[in-house]
Design a protein around this ligand. Structure first.
Ligand SMILES: [Cu+2]
Length: 173
């Protein structure tokens, strides 16, 4: 009897740790065209998800959300503080927020939401704040660890992408 209880508890803890909103591929190379895929692991304390809103950091450019059956897409385009060049044109505004509305996605089910972006030439971590609205309640995945702090200790961490330098194999001598 005691053994069974412990096993159940163990699986509950494991589920909680992996069920946040996270990126399917949390590592990428500088300057890459990359598909951000956000995994929605659960609703808001049992309630079904009806909105997923993703904030795009200013240095991550050209965001293009992937349409999903049953979900409507809205984008927020804002002026950039630092315009950039793309295909010979100066880009002075960019998509800074993507919102999917629809579903509802029941708490018992799982889904993914994707955005194609161009990553900056900056090595390090980029955080994508996500707001999840449900039929009842909301979850704000917006916590960013301070220096030296582990993201594991945060209650609702923002999904993080680690941008790495180009691998040595890509250098041709
Ligand atoms: Cu979770």
């Amino acid at each position: 009897m005691k053994k069974i209880t412990l096993l159940l508890l163990g699986s509950l803890i494991a589920q909680g740790a992996s069920a946040h909103v996270t990126l399917d591929q949390p590592k990428a190379n500088v300057g890459a065209y990359y598909k951000l895929t956000f995994k929605i692991g659960h609703g808001c304390e049992g309630s079904a998800t009806t909105t997923v809103k993703v904030s795009i950091p200013e240095s991550v450019s050209g965001a293009k959300p992937m349409p999903k059956a049953g979900w409507k897409i809205d984008t927020t385009i804002l002026p950039l503080t630092t315009p950039y060049n793309s295909h010979g044109k100066t880009i002075s505004q960019d998509v800074r927020e993507v919102t999917w509305t629809g579903g509802p996605l029941p708490d018992a089910y799982y889904d993914e939401f994707s955005i194609q972006v161009k990553l900056p030439d900056i090595v390090g971590k980029q955080y994508f704040k996500v707001t999840q609205l449900c039929e009842k309640g909301r979850m704000d995945w917006v916590e960013i660890p301070t220096d030296g702090q582990s993201a594991k200790g945060l209650k609702s961490p923002a999904p993080v992408l680690e941008i790495m330098g180009k691998p040595e194999a890509e250098h041709h001598h």
